[in-house]
Write a protein that binds this ligand. Structure first.
Ligand SMILES: Nc1ncnc2c1ncn2[C@@H]1O[C@H](COP(=O)(O)OP(=O)(O)OP(=O)(O)O)[C@@H](O)[C@H]1O
Length: 198
């Protein structure tokens, strides 16, 4: 499969123009690092690639078809920088995990998700623990591309290394394309097959 951004232009309603004519092509199984200083538009690009925002002009295509024409579970999944902002605080983590269907036990174990966390609420877990649930939720059976937006910025080095090596192994095994966003060029060079600068 191919994920393609074609000539994307995006301006927020306040008039802040963030992306001008941006094009990008990612193949299944490829790992592309996106490197840019703060405020350049990395998160905005991820939101466009996952269909959370619509460009004023240009298109996001999945295998040549507009992403907006895919119904149901989106094959392009975004792992957000701040997991606490993208989980429902009123749901237990067990329910959060099942939002994308029954999770594979293998994934739950590989991510180090502890059984006793499942009955807790998001506010009762650390950021790193919560991010593991968001990663598992993003890796449903129909996922073809994963966008990882600074997913490890708030984690200690050992946890960062563990989560990245899991993501590399899992995406390689399933031929999933990965777009990784970071301020750290060394991290992207370790994780990705190529790196681009915005
Ligand atoms: N909802 C919004 N409304 C208006 N402007 C916004 C909105 N979200 C982001 N911006 C602005 O758009 C620009 C790009 O933001 P974005 O979050 O995409 O950058 P980024 O490269 O991911 O930054 P960082 O590395 O700090 O996370 C910034 O100048 C930001 O202030």
């Amino acid at each position: 499969m191919t994920l393609e951004a074609k000539n994307l232009c995006f301006t927020y309603p306040c008039g802040r123009s963030v992306l001008q004519n941006l094009s990008l092509r990612v193949e299944g199984g490829e790992r592309v690092g996106i490197f840019a200083p703060s405020g350049r538009g990395k998160t905005t690009l991820c939101k466009l690639l996952a269909g959370y925002e619509k460009p004023q002009s240009g298109q996001v295509l999945l295998d040549g078809k507009p992403l907006v024409s895919y119904r149901g579970y989106c094959p392009v999944q975004l792992i957000w920088q701040h997991p606490e902002q993208v989980v429902d605080p009123r749901l237990t983590l067990g329910k959060t995990l099942r939002e994308a269907g029954e999770p594979e036990e293998r994934l739950v174990q590989a991510l180090g998700i502890q059984p006793e966390w499942l009955s807790r609420y998001p506010a009762e877990l650390s950021g790193g623990e919560l991010q593991r649930f968001c990663i598992a939720r993003a890796l449903g059976p129909a996922t073809r591309f994963v966008l990882a937006d600074e997913l490890s910025a708030m984690l200690d080095l050992a946890t960062q290394a563990q989560l990245w090596s899991f993501l590399v192994e899992e995406t390689t095994r399933r031929g999933i394309g990965l777009v990784a966003v970071s301020h750290s060029a060394p991290l992207l060079d370790r994780v990705c097959t190529r790196r681009i600068e915005l």
